[in-house]
Design a protein. Structure first.
Length: 289
């Protein structure tokens, strides 16, 4: 019974195995990036960036149809362009970074939907917005795994300045740490991971696997590295359970994965050992740690 419920779908169907591996790879890259976005108070910027890739993905769709390579490349170019433009606006005007991202996000979302609608059907638009993780092919899987590997490698190299900038950017600038350089590199990594997630979950769901596990990890761990590890674990668990829910109950796979991640977040918020709701409400013993 347990085997048929939890394991058999992945044994019997290759597309389920590919989708599961894609979820695991996405969790490895998106988990730490979500934690860094949360620590830098840029959670909503991540959402804006996930929609910023839509015009480029739409151009890729117009050129090559539902080709994940073409749409991914277009999304990468569009996402990087929006990130650079938002940064330029922030540094040359009085507008804050979150506001500039919000402006470009709205423009990008509207433009992308119009581009897809001009040449595609409602089904094509749904594929772009909500993804087709069950249709991930081996080459797309290699792309997602490569982006996750690159992300972890670069994070290992820039971990210290990135963490310092998240908590005290003034200190990093004072000691000549080049805060702007690390910030731009960080945004590039965010865009890369959103493009990888877009191929599986679509533009509307991509940021979910980046932010919800990171938010859950906030209530499960204290140190930055342990929060990143917890976010990876929650993301992988959400992918596995979400695919099972979508298989057994005939539900859309992408939204099912994000919904499970949301349940994990709410559960961690209520029952988590680090500042969870119950932890705060229940009285502790006198002088207990």
């Amino acid at each position: 019974m347990i085997y048929a419920l939890l394991i058999e779908p992945f044994v019997d169907f290759a597309f389920m195995r590919r989708a599961l591996v894609a979820c695991f790879a996405l969790s490895l890259g998106c988990g730490p990036m979500g934690v860094m976005l949360m620590l830098r108070r840029m959670s909503l910027v991540g959402d804006a960036m996930s929609h910023a890739v839509l015009p480029g993905a739409a151009v890729g769709f117009l050129v090559a149809g539902l080709s994940l390579w073409a749409m991914g490349l277009g999304g990468l170019v569009a996402g990087l362009a929006v990130a650079l433009l938002a940064g330029l606006v922030t540094r040359t005007t009085a507008l804050k970074e979150d506001a500039s991202f919000a402006g470009f996000y709205l423009i990008s979302l509207a433009l992308g939907v119009i581009l897809v609608s001009t040449r595609g059907s409602n089904v094509d638009l749904l594929h772009v917005l909500f993804g087709t993780i069950l249709a991930v092919d081996p080459w797309s899987l290699i792309t997602v795994a490569a982006i996750a590997t690159l992300t972890l490698g670069i994070l290992a190299l820039i971990y210290r300045p990135l963490v310092v900038e998240a908590f005290d950017p003034s200190y990093l600038r004072a000691v000549g740490g080049g805060g702007g350089r690390w910030h731009i590199l960080f945004l590039v990594l965010v865009v890369l991971n959103l493009v990888a997630a877009f191929q599986a979950l679509g533009t509307l769901m991509a940021v979910g696997l980046m932010m919800l596990p990171a938010l859950a990890a906030r209530f499960l761990a204290r140190a930055v590295w342990s929060m990143a590890a917890a976010a990876m674990a929650v993301g992988a668990l959400s992918g596995w359970l979400g695919l099972l829910v979508s298989y057994h109950y005939d539900l859309p796979s992408g939204p099912a994965i994000i919904l499970v991640a949301g349940i994990c977040y709410v559960s961690a918020m209520v029952f988590g050992p680090v500042d969870g709701v119950l932890r705060r409400l229940l009285p502790r013993r006198h002088l207990a740690a």
